[in-house]
Write a protein that binds this ligand. Structure first.
Ligand code: GUN
Ligand code: FE
Length: 428
């Protein structure tokens, strides 16, 4: 049966922030693309299924990158000397302007998608650019690669160079509708649209009003940026003096999560104040924590322990090209390191994250934005990774959990990704 199989190995998955399960030398059973369960001995009714035997491998859920800019792949790992607003003006907007050239966009998106396909990421929430046709090309490539997630055509009608800024709110909204209709026609099964106002500095009130209507008409989730960097937060105060706080500038247009609003991801939330945090919580907004980007752009350290204690939904983002690497294992480790600096430098009542907590954020924490994703509980979609750490020698026996932690810290995903399934379909 298609999408029905068994993976044998040392199986590790999170059920909650504080509960991680590890079963040595066990069987993960998948039926029609969904997890049936993990068993110490294979129940006889599954004995006819084909078995992928990983030997002594580690078997974990696929990782979710809930904030990434696909068009910025072309300059990742360079030009990280400025803070957000001048980084955008100097490097990012000129680079994104180049994606008006469909040939260049094709090159960038081919490299981006093949890199993600080879990585530990199975789900992503990605920004494209304002360019409608290139955005569709990106969606085609993600669908074709067998990856799954959301892609947004970016809306931006102010504070950007003429080469990138959309000429009016009307134009931006009508291109968005053209994009949404084309997406419907293409009938993708793995990739879906997400409404993507870039951030408040890029979007006029007139545009936000139109996007709000489109969100309702097409039942779309929303992704954007929030309280990332000091210069940005100050600029939003100037641009939107009647908003009580940054998040309120989205919420005024109903673009900040809430009941019946199809989900919302806000990237960063480094500088959110009390009222903003309350609304994030009340509206069920997902925080996309992007620790590497927050260090590179000198934004600061998000108060992750606070968010987790509040029960706010949190996942991890690579934020390429504010971040340099697509590795969500690296994002887990960066989240742990940044939380230790927060404890040391900012507030020693906020316990640093443990590796187990960071693993939850990279799997089920972010995965839950996509549905039943990121765990091996019954009914979860079969996003599976087989990890081999045989290239990392060690002199004594380690538990599977110790091996997983070491795999993450030592960048095991560069050489040790052995097999990957998304929704029960094998990619390699
Ligand atoms: N805020 C608005 N646009 C961007 C972007 O491209 N990257 C980051 N990190 N923050 C943003
Ligand atoms: Fe970003």
């Amino acid at each position: 049966m298609d999408g029905s199989f068994v993976v044998k190995g040392n199986i590790i998955w999170s059920e909650s922030l504080s509960s991680i399960k590890s079963m040595e030398d066990s069987f993960l059973v998948v039926e029609e693309g969904k997890v049936k369960g993990v068993f110490k001995t294979l129940p006889s009714q599954y004995s006819s299924l084909s078995i992928y035997d990983s030997g002594n491998g580690l078997v974990v859920p696929g990782l979710s990158d809930i904030h990434v800019h696909a068009p910025q792949f072309g300059f990742r790992g360079t030009n990280l000397d400025l803070e957000l607003m001048s980084w955008l003006d100097t490097y990012t907007f000129p680079e994104e302007s180049r994606l008006a050239d469909e040939e260049y966009a094709d090159k960038v998106y081919s490299l981006f998608v093949s890199t993600i396909a080879k990585s530990a990421t199975t789900r992503l929430a990605a920004f494209a650019t304002r360019h409608t046709d290139a955005t569709l090309a990106l969606m085609d490539k993600i669908e074709e690669a067998g990856l799954s997630g959301f892609v947004g055509k970016v809306n931006m009608d102010r504070n950007a160079p003429d080469s990138l800024r959309e000429e009016s709110a009307d134009y931006s909204a009508s291109e968005t509708e053209r994009w949404l209709k084309a997406v419907e026609e293409r009938g993708y099964s793995n990739v879906k649209p997400i409404l993507t106002p870039r951030f408040i500095p890029s979007c006029t009130d007139a545009l936000m009003e139109k996007l709000s209507l489109l969100r309702d008409r097409y039942c779309l989730p929303v992704q954007s940026h929030l309280s990332e960097n000091m210069g940005e937060v100050e600029f939003v105060k100037e641009l939107s003096p009647s908003s009580a706080f940054y998040g309120d500038a989205y919420d005024r247009f109903g673009l900040f999560g809430g009941e019946g609003k199809n989900g919302c991801i806000m990237a960063h939330c480094v500088l959110s104040g009390e009222d903003e945090i309350s609304l994030i919580k009340k509206n069920g907004v997902y925080v996309a924590h992007c620790p590497e980007s927050n260090a590179n752009l000198k934004s600061g350290i998000a108060p992750l322990r606070r968010y987790l204690d509040e029960g706010i939904k949190v996942g991890l983002g690579s934020d390429i090209a504010g971040g340099t690497t697509e590795s969500i294992f690296d994002a887990m480790i960066d989240a742990v390191k940044m939380s230790k600096m927060y404890w040391r430098l900012v507030d020693d009542s906020k316990e640093p994250l443990s590796f187990k907590e960071a693993f939850f954020l990279g799997t089920k924490g972010g995965g839950s934005f996509f549905g039943k994703v990121g765990s091996f509980e019954e009914g979860y979609e079969a996003d599976i990774l087989v990890l081999s750490d045989s290239h990392i020698p060690y002199p004594r026996a380690l538990s599977p959990l110790e091996r997983l932690e070491r795999f993450a810290y030592l960048h095991g995903d560069i050489n040790g990704l052995e097999a990957k399934w998304v929704k029960g379909r094998r990619l390699f």
